[in-house]
Design a protein around this ligand. Structure first.
Ligand code: S3P
Length: 168
């Protein structure tokens, strides 16, 4: 089984991927971590030194490397939906794309603690614009949409397992 988690920054992709992986006994992959590994530096440094375009190129390379994957839970970066080819690579051996839909107010609460690590969340108004622009894209690519507000991680994981079993 392969589950690909998409959603805006702060939607809980990495946290949920860890628990899902444990529950399903599947390897957990995180495209943000893989990009950082490839670059040898952390995300804010990639943006600062080489710009967002370079970050996106690295995301594409990472997704290409994952083409052969048949089993796993993949947590993606919030901008993964900007390049159609990425989801094509990630889904090349099948897989259920799950959109963790979270209201913007909730995103702000979750991200404000560690916004330093997120170059595209330095300013709330700009982040709101990005959020509104991307929302229909996440919805477009999703096989399953889970609303995460007012739900426990346990409950979200349970729902994803039920839906992924039905769609895979
Ligand atoms: C980004 C989200 C980040 C990371 C990078 C760009 C985005 O990942 O990939 O800072 O464009 O939304 P998270 O969604 O895991 O924070």
């Amino acid at each position: 089984m392969k589950i690909i988690l998409i959603g805006f920054m702060g939607s809980g992709k990495s946290t949920i991927a860890r628990l899902l992986g444990k529950r399903l006994n599947l390897p957990i992959l995180d495209t943000d971590n893989l990009v950082e590994k490839k670059a040898g530096i952390i995300t804010p440094e990639i943006f600062e030194k080489y710009g967002e375009m370079r970050y996106r190129e690295l995301e594409i390379e990472v997704a290409k490397d994952l083409r052969g994957l048949t089993n796993g839970v993949i947590a993606t970066g919030g901008g993964i939906i900007l390049n159609k080819i990425i989801l094509e690579y990630l889904q090349s051996n099948g897989g259920t794309v799950v959109f963790l839909r979270t209201q913007f107010n909730e995103v702000v609460k979750r991200v404000s603690n560690n916004s330093r690590t997120r170059p595209l969340f330095q300013n709330k108004d700009k982040a709101r614009k990005l959020f509104d622009f991307r929302l229909p894209m996440y919805e477009f690519y999703a096989n399953v949409i889970i609303d995460t507000d007012h739900r426990s991680i346990e409950d979200i994981v349970k729902k994803i397992i039920e839906s992924a079993t039905l769609t895979s």
